[in-house]
Every structure is written in structure tokens, then in C-alpha cells.
Design a protein around this ligand. Structure first.
Ligand SMILES: Nc1ncnc2c1ncn2[C@@H]1O[C@H](COP(=O)(O)OP(=O)(O)OP(=O)(O)O)[C@@H](O)[C@H]1O
Length: 306
């Protein structure tokens, strides 16, 4: 069975700048896949190559088994790409925009589908408003609607929720999740790591044109040997008992909170010490590493190169 996306030895440069270096990546059908990385990592370039909006220097890319060099039209039909840039024709209203977009794919008489998508994107009451009068968040949702109108098997969302407010963002994710449950492959780039953590099954982290990690969300998070233990104290203390001197600790006197950073091995010992100590505890909270910790460890944002 062919993968949704298969990328082999892909390279892309802009003049002297190597934007993508030896990218190899396979995304299976039906995955909710996250493509993460700091600004300039190469995510949009990769997406543009998938959509035929940028030429690669070398390598192979196939979409549902179709090589984009051999049959780009067919490959393109399988994809619905929501670009990062808010480019919308200002002279058409959302309904006309979606009709026009359907026409590019030879689809006619799809008013029902258009209405369904406009409703899902909470744009039904703006269906006949000029696109130039839409807010930034509405334009972004119209771009999403445009990408979905030809019912593609693979939906690529490049920063789809930038500028979209929280409630609508939740509606949008519910709709995208539903599409994923129906079997669509979703590829998402976002700077909202919490969103990626909540939504994606597998994640690739890119940095400076390279893929530096690709794995399930759980495995990536488990690769960080860190637990955060937050303790709220009943009473203020000036100094922690000696038994805690080996642990990395942060004291926030203002809110009477002590935060320890522990490896998984240290936890048992720590709890024993806590029990023995004279510290009066009001509340305790233990949390595992987050996707953000993985991201910071693996990319230049976390000072990896310093
Ligand atoms: N058309 C272009 N011409 C020249 N350089 C470009 C062009 N497009 C992108 N780049 C450069 O290629 C590199 C990768 O950019 P890209 O937009 O793919 O990154 P990104 O991961 O999508 O970043 P962001 O999170 O900011 O969207 C960057 O250094 C960028 O400056």
C-alpha cells in the first residue's frame, strides 16, 4: 500500500541558502502528522514543494504513490494545502471563491458541500460578503475552506490557526479531527506546540533544513528524562534541608512555591526525602516533560548549538 507522502533525499536551496538538506520522510495514510520547527527551519518550503509551488533541486516526492515529477496534476488533486500567507482575491465573496476553486478541479453544482464547509468554518453568515471586508481570522478560515472544497485525501495546514481566536480554533480542530477520523491524512505545521501535542500522532521536528527527529508524540516526550515537581508550602522557609541540595530547584517566594526538576530515577528518592523532611506541604503537583521541552532540546531555539 502506498504512503500518503513519501519523500526521498530531497534537497532545496535558494541561491546560497540550503533550505532543505537530505530530507527523508514517510507519512502514512490516515495519520495526523505534525511538522514542527523554529522560523526558517524549512517547513513551508517542504509544503510548497509538495504543492508544486517551489521546485526541488533533487530527490523524489510521491503523493499517494504518484511521483510529482511524473503526474503532478494527479498528485495535486490529492492535496488540499492551506498556505501560511493570507492571499485571497478581494473581489469575490466566500461563496464565489469556493465556486471558483471548485471549478479549477472540474467540480460543479456542489452548493451543498460549499454550505457545509462555510458552516464548519463559521463563515455561513459571511457567505456573500466581499472577501476584502473579512477579518484576518475569517480570511484564514476561508483559505481552509478553499483547500477542502475538492475533498482532498491529504490536507496540509501551514499555520492554520495564526490569528484565529480560541473558540473558533476549537471548532476548526473539531472539524479537522472529524475529517481525520473519516480517513483523511492531516499534515500540520504550527508554532502552537500545545496544539500539536494535543492533535498529532507522529511528529517530525525540523531545524535549519534538516529533520532532527521523527517519532510518535509519546516516544518524543519520553525521550526527555525530566519531571517537574511543584510544591506549595504551608509556611515560608528560608532554606531547604540539606537532603535536597542535589536537586535542581527553583524557589518562587512570592507565591510560596518550590519547583524541582527531576530525572525519572530521582523521583523515588525525592519522595522519600520529602517524607522525612520537616517541610509543611500545602499542595504538590508532578508533571512530565512536554513537547515544548523536546522542541527546545532539539532545535537551535534551545541553544543546542551553543
Ligand atoms: N523564496 C525564497 N527565496 C529565498 N529564500 C527563501 C525563500 N523562501 C524561504 N526562504 C528561506 O528558506 C529558509 C526556510 O524557510 P521556510 O519558509 O521554509 O521556513 P519555515 O520553517 O516555514 O519558517 P516559518 O516558521 O517562519 O514559516 C529560510 O531561511 C528562508 O529565509
Amino acid at each position: 500500500m502506498s504512503a500518503a507522502i513519501k519523500i526521498q533525499d530531497l534537497n532545496k536551496s535558494y541561491g546560497d541558502l540550503q533550505a532543505l538538506t537530505d530530507i527523508n520522510l514517510k507519512i502514512e495514510k490516515g495519520e495526523f502528522f505534525g511538522l514542527l520547527g523554529p522560523n526558517g527551519a524549512g517547513k513551508s518550503t517542504l509544503i510548497k514543494i509538495l504543492g508544486g509551488l517551489a521546485d526541488k533541486d533533487s530527490g523524489q516526492v510521491s503523493i499517494l504513490g504518484t511521483d510529482i515529477d511524473k503526474n503532478h496534476c494527479q498528485a495535486k488533486r490529492s492535496l488540499g494545502i492551506v498556505p501560511q500567507e493570507l492571499i485571497i482575491d478581494p473581489y469575490f465573496n466566500p461563496k464565489e471563491t469556493l465556486k471558483l476553486q471548485s471549478g479549477y478541479f472540474g467540480i460543479q453544482d456542489n452548493d451543498e458541500k460549499i454550505n457545509e464547509i462555510l458552516t464548519a468554518m463559521d463563515l455561513h453568515d459571511k457567505a456573500n460578503a466581499y472577501a476584502r471586508n473579512l477579518s484576518g481570522g475569517m480570511k484564514r478560515r476561508l483559505l481552509i475552506a478553499k483547500a477542502l472544497i475538492h475533498d482532498p485525501d491529504i490536507i496540509v495546514l501551514d499555520e492554520p490557526t495564526a490569528g484565529v481566536d480560541v473558540e473558533l480554533r476549537n471548532n476548526l480542530w473539531n472539524y479537522i479531527r472529524q475529517l481525520n477520523n473519516e480517513g483523511k491524512t492531516i499534515i500540520l505545521t504550527t508554532h502552537y506546540l500545545k496544539e500539536a501535542e494535543a492533535l498529532c500522532d507522529r511528529i517530525a521536528i525540523m531545524d535549519q533544513g534538516h529533520i532532527v527527529a521523527v517519532d510518535t508524540k509519546e516516544k518524543l516526550i519520553n525521550s526527555i528524562d525530566k519531571k517537574l515537581v511543584e510544591i506549595k508550602l504551608k509556611e515560608e522557609i528560608n532554606q531547604l534541608p540539606k537532603a535536597f541540595s542535589n536537586y535542581k530547584v527553583e524557589i518562587n517566594e512570592e507565591v510560596g512555591k518550590i519547583t524541582f526538576e527531576l530525572s525519572k530515577k530521582e523521583i523515588e528518592d525525592f519522595i522519600r526525602q520529602l517524607y522525612k523532611s520537616e517541610i509543611q506541604i500545602k499542595d504538590i503537583d508532578i508533571s512530565s516533560a512536554k513537547l515544548e521541552d523536546v522542541f527546545l532540546k532539539l532545535t537551535n531555539l534551545g541553544g543546542k548549538d551553543n
